[in-house]
Design a protein around this ligand. Structure first.
Ligand code: IVH
Length: 704
């Protein structure tokens, strides 16, 4: 794969994974299976490993989950709630243990004890106990900010209001809220029986979604009617720890009256861990709840502390996932869906089949190439795979080779009839209808109001479609022109609902710059890139001034005499990146941003929004202080207590930059025994030099 292709693919993966995160975490309505989701993550990780300089600011490897829902109040976690890295093969587990040893600077044969327990498919929840009394319960949310669900959690019988025994002054228990398989099935039947219109009855896709939907209710009375369960697997902020090992603390938590995993074990070697994994896997189908793997954690807490976290996951734990479940069925038809950017996505409609206890009727086919690779046509028998969710994946075609013509991918958009083309170097076929394509316009509107964009509550896809059909809503600006009167003139709109929607819209008349930038749906501009741009430019005016000058710069760069096209393109890309001048934004994203604003109708969308009375909120600067913040540090010589990785992570966590060589830009050199030329250079340049002990002192002092 070329670098350009890799960059393109990484951009796609960032957007796609973000979309699935939102569907899964925020909407409780996933479109793809866990296995498929994991495959996207794996592909992303592999590409990032191969092209480390292409890692995006909005890379999924740097993020956790999705933002909290709007109807629950929010709370900032005292300690972030993170995610876990995944292992799929036994070798990944061996690598994990090796990494732990290396990071801790241990001999290659040193014994590392690990705990192992099932990974329950639920949603994580933090329970804060003060003086042994439950005072706050929160969901993970985006990892930093969660939703307050205290009243809801109080209805879960597994969760004691008061802990028993000798409990620290303050202790945050973290664990999983889940629903058993039997309770999930019973809940779905009950919802069906209770619905006025069985066609429209709410049905949960799987126990995990049922648990999430039940816990995140506005009304705890509803949660109380849902059979939720809880099991603890860790902790967050605590005033004191009752033991110095993972296993010890988990046993203490159990002794206070909270459930922990029955299959929690401690092992001192790889064989022990893998044996436990196989044993749990063997009884997976018979367990009363869904599990999707086994979690291993370094037992010694002083080691956990030193290992710390990288991006979104701890270095001291890993989830060893189970392989996905498979089944064979008939592919009945291939439907084409049209997305916001005009992308045509083929979806396989399947003859219903039970896979690991869940009935599957749809599977994604990703794109034109995937259909070709699989060689599938309606009528074929296909092998599909799922691991707990709704839309699984087609793995292979099981139909004997026959002289039937292959499936022909549409050359025109099924929604608007415009030509559908595939640009050079692209995987996707796109409708060229742009704003005349109703599917694209509706999807753009839907994106504009979605949770991570303007987050307008109560303006769901059904309303958007019907307003769009009737001409009430054509472009984002029209949202801000909706009035109570206009709504009331429509069928089935009553005073209260109209008032609520208008109020929800009014509440979003001052969107922060980053949200607006994200809401515009500029290609390759995900939430993180939007945030980077907003932080860099702070105001809409400053941002647009940059755009205008960058567009002028780009237009000015033409091939000079004797220059080949590629050279010129490189020069242009370099200038564009410099003009956009935002950390983590490379040529592809920078060009996409400029392309967007080069289109007059896109500028019109924004000027109409502003004309409708929307004021874009500036970014106010946030300051973060720490002793070596902003300084450049060089480590040289051999460190005794720390590995290089740990030292580097410490420096970065204090806001310092770590450089590999000493220069005039270096502020501090940390030198261990055997330091040579770098130490000499530091002395020549008059740069401060300290030893490892002094460095550790700085770290300790900064961490308080
Ligand atoms: S430990 C620092 N242990 O899986 C994060 N997580 O994919 C430590 N989960 O967010 C998490 N069972 O919600 C841990 N035995 C277990 C788990 C478990 C389920 C969930 C948890 C976590 C997610 C990561």
């Amino acid at each position: 794969m070329t670098e350009a292709e890799a960059a393109e693919r990484l951009a796609f993966l960032a957007a796609e994974i973000a979309r699935h995160n939102a569907l899964y975490h925020t909407d409780d309505a996933p479109e793809i299976s866990d296995a498929e989701y994991d495959a996207l993550g794996r592909e992303n990780a592999a590409l990032e490993k191969q092209f480390p300089h292409l890692v995006r600011a909005d890379s999924p490897s740097r993020q956790v989950g999705a933002a909290p829902a709007a109807h629950l109040s929010k709370v900032r976690h005292a300690l972030p709630m993170l995610s876990l890295d995944n292992a799929f093969a036994d070798e990944d587990v061996a690598d994990f243990i090796d990494r732990v040893r290396r990071y801790l600077n241990l001999p290659t044969d040193a014994e590392v004890a690990l705990t192992a327990e099932p990974k329950i498919d639920g949603l994580s929840c933090s329970l804060r106990y003060e003086k042994g009394v439950l005072v706050l319960a929160a969901t993970r949310g985006d990892g930093t900010t969660g939703e307050v669900v205290t009243d809801n959690v109080r209805t879960i019988p597994d969760v004691p209001q008061r802990l028993a025994g000798d409990v620290p002054e303050m202790f945050e228990v973290r664990g999983e809220v889940y629903m058993s398989k039997a309770d999930f099935a019973a809940l779905n039947s009950r919802l069906l029986a209770e619905a006025d219109d069985p066609e429209k009855a709410r049905q949960f896709a799987n126990p995990r979604n049922a648990a999430a939907g039940s816990l995140r209710q506005k009304d705890a009375g509803v949660t109380a009617t849902r059979p939720l369960r809880f099991y603890a697997h860790g902790w967050g902020e605590v005033s004191a720890l009752p033991a110095d090992t993972q296993l010890g603390v988990m046993r203490a938590i159990a002794s206070w009256g909270l459930p922990i995993a029955q299959d929690l074990g401690r092992f001192t070697d790889l064989d022990g861990l893998l044996g436990h994994y196989r044993a749990i896997e063997a009884k997976r189908a018979d367990l009363p709840f869904d599990i999707d793997g086994v979690v291993y954690k370094v037992d010694r807490l002083d080691w956990q502390q030193r290992l710390g976290f990288v991006a979104r996951a701890p270095r001291w734990a890993i989830a060893h996932k189970f392989p996905a479940e498979k089944a064979e069925t008939e592919l009945v038809a291939i439907d084409i869906q049209v997305g916001r950017t005009g992308k045509l996505t083929p979806v396989a409609r399947l003859k219903p089949v039970s896979v690991g206890g869940v009935t599957v009727t749809n599977a994604t086919l990703h794109n034109k190439d995937e259909i070709k690779r699989l060689g599938v046509r309606p009528g074929d028998r296909v092998l599909i795979q799922r691991a707990g969710d709704v839309i699984p994946q087609v793995l292979e075609n099981r139909t004997p080779e026959a002289a039937r013509p292959p499936y022909v991918f549409p050359t025109h958009c099924p929604e608007c009839g415009s030509e559908a083309v595939r640009e050079e170097g692209e995987v996707d076929v796109r409708c060229t209808g742009g704003l005349i394509c109703p599917a694209q316009r509706v999807e753009r509107l839907r994106h504009f109001v979605s949770r991570h964009a303007l987050d307008i509550e109560g303006l769901g896809i059904t309303h958007i479609e019907s307003f769009f059909r009737d001409g009430l809503l054509q472009s984002p600006a029209d949202i801000f022109k909706l009035t109570k009167e206009k709504l009331l003139s429509r069928e089935r709109w009553a005073e209260i609902s109209a008032q609520n929607l208008v109020a929800a819209i009014d509440a979003k008349r001052r969107p922060p710059l980053d949200r607006l930038l994200y809401a515009l749906g500029i290609r390759h501009v995900g939430e993180v890139t939007a945030r980077d741009l907003a932080r860099r430019y702070r105001s809409w005016e400053a941002f647009m001034a940059m755009i205008d000058s960058a567009l002028a710069i780009r237009a000015d760069i033409q091939p000079v005499l004797g220059e080949d096209e590629r050279k010129c393109l490189q020069r242009r890309n370099k200038a564009v990146v410099e003009a956009v001048a935002t950390p983590n934004i490379g040529p592809e994203v920078a060009n996409a941003i400029l392309d967007f604003f080069e289109e007059p109708h896109n500028r019109e969308v924004v000027s109409d929004i502003l004309a409708a009375g929307v004021e874009i909120e500036d970014v106010v600067h946030e300051v973060r202080e720490s002793p070596v913040t902003g300084k450049t540090v060089v480590f040289t010589g051999s460190l005794e207590e720390l590995s290089r990785d740990e030292a580097k992570a410490q420096a970065e966590s204090l806001g310092a930059k770590v450089a590999g060589s000493v220069s005039a830009k270096t502020d501090l050199v940390v030198a261990g025994p055997g330091a040579g030329s770098k130490l000499k250079k530091a002395a020549d340049l008059g740069i401060e030099v300290i030893d490892e002990a002094a460095w550790l002192e700085i770290v300790r002092a900064a961490r308080g």
